[in-house]
Ligand binder design. Structure first.
Ligand code: ATP
Ligand code: MG
Length: 411
């Protein structure tokens, strides 16, 4: 691969100019005592996200994470990947420039020349204050050089182009443009959870929201294959693969649910079935979660969205769970969730036709006010532990990795 950038540098530029990915944390989160853990987790996540690019040297400097980009890795790929790293507020692709005003002017002019912008501003930060000029003086001097060389106009409020300069102790780092990061907290910093991932719109968004709060998530999908087609399994696998891009490694557990459903259908009346399915899902997911060291379950439930998501039903369903149930979408309405699914890129997969296992053998108007006594009486007929153990024993585990490793290195 050949670097696509910096061809405008002319003869003075080295053949393969060094580039650095500089990610910036939100400084507020770095104030507490967990700062070291936070930075270390983000560093590991960045390394994993670029595992196939050979990004090795990653260092932290103040509120920044700085990684050298190997020659041959295109800027587009760097931008696409860096946007997946939770914990970063923004990032730049920067080039080191000697700590010298003339060099800075030259590089800023060269950088501005690569763009179509007609207005610009220089944004300088001095991490190292030893440079003789302060930030404003650097901005004035470098800005004047760009105006003189290219005729661009300075616009401090709405520039088309922002050239950022960071004065560090070893060099100045200069970049064109600053990109928004994924925000949130580095995946893994707040623990591990298991997401109940249907093939629907909501649960992938719920997974994304919890990853963004620093949870590393694994996935559990219940399917009724062969009672229905394998479509929901395939959708769940595709959705889990999209979500794994944010955390590099995850497991999708595919649970055959048809036997549990047959048993419920044989012994209970229609209105209660959805509540019973859900209680069994939570039990089975809880068992899988604990085996995978998760300490919470996550669902895509939103209050009142469908019959099974009334407050009464959610309360009764939750009582079957041995772990806390997190419902990040509980207060969102469907349009908000759909918009987020579109941004996340899961929506198109979620709306592909399938048949969710919960739609099997249930009435059009299921119970909306389940009572615990009624539910536990119905469940007294089952050997619950055996049903859960049976489903767990027949679960298939699908390892997911991003970026995908070449076949020869898969562990
Ligand atoms: P979704 O869009 O996530 O399917 P939904 O609005 O269709 O949500 P339900 O079908 O009632 O709502 O599901 C509520 C939650 O239960 C889902 O968000 C998901 O977390 C979980 N769930 C439902 N069906 C399955 C399944 N087949 N496998 C795993 N989890 C499921
Ligand atoms: Mg659903």
């Amino acid at each position: 691969m050949i670097s696509l950038e910096h061809t405008a540098h002319g003869a003075a530029a080295p053949a393969a100019p060094t580039r650095f990915l500089i990610g910036r944390f939100h400084e507020v989160v770095l104030k507490g005592g967990n700062r070291w853990r936070f930075v270390e987790q983000a560093r590991r996540n960045l390394r994993d996200c670029f595992a196939d690019c050979g990004v090795r040297r990653i260092r932290a400097s103040g509120p920044r994470l700085i990684a050298e980009i190997p020659a041959g890795v295109p800027d587009d790929l760097v931008r696409e990947r860096a946007a997946l790293i939770f914990g970063l507020q923004n990032f730049t692709i920067s080039r080191p420039v000697p700590l010298d005003l003339e060099a800075l002017k030259r590089e800023a002019v060269a950088a501005a020349r690569t763009t179509q912008a007609t207005t610009f501003r220089i944004a300088t930060r001095r991490a190292d204050k030893r440079f003789p000029l302060n930030s404003m003086e650097i901005e004035r001097a470098v800005g004047a050089a760009v105006v003189a060389a290219l005729g661009l106009k300075v616009n401090l409020d709405y520039p088309e182009l922002i050239i950022t300069i960071e004065m560090m102790s070893d060099a100045a780092y200069l970049a064109v443009g600053k990109y928004p990061g994924a925000g949130g907290l580095p995946v893994g910093i707040t623990g591990r959870a298991t997401v109940l991932l249907s093939g629907g719109i909501d649960s992938p968004v719920a997974a994304y929201r919890m990853m963004r709060r620093g949870l590393h998530v694994d996935f559990v999908h219940f399917h009724s294959h062969p009672l229905v087609s394998a479509a929901s399994r395939e959708k769940a696998a595709d959705l889990a693969a999209i979500l794994t891009r944010y955390e590099s490694r995850a497991t999708l557990a595919l649970v055959p649910f048809a036997d549990v459903q047959r048993e419920i259908v044989a012994r209970t009346l229609r209105p209660l079935r959805v509540v019973l399915y859900r209680r069994f899902m939570l039990r089975i997911a809880g068992a899988l979660a604990q085996a995978g060291r998760s300490t919470a379950l996550v669902t895509g439930e939103s209050l009142g969205q469908v019959a099974s998501q009334t407050l009464e039903n959610m309360t009764v369903i939750e009582q079957a769970a041995s772990l806390p149930v997190l419902r990040p979408l509980v207060g969102m309405d469907k349009n908000e969730i759909i918009n987020e699914a579109r941004r996340l890129g899961t929506f198109e997969t979620s709306i592909l036709p399938d048949q969710d296992c919960c739609s099997l053998f249930v009435p059009e108007h299921p119970e909306t006010k389940a009572r615990l006594a009624q539910v536990t009486a119905a469940e007294a007929q089952f050997d619950i532990d055996a049903m859960v153990a049976g489903a767990v024993a027949r679960t298939e585990f699908m390892p997911l990795e991003f970026p995908p490793r070449p076949a020869s290195t898969v562990r």
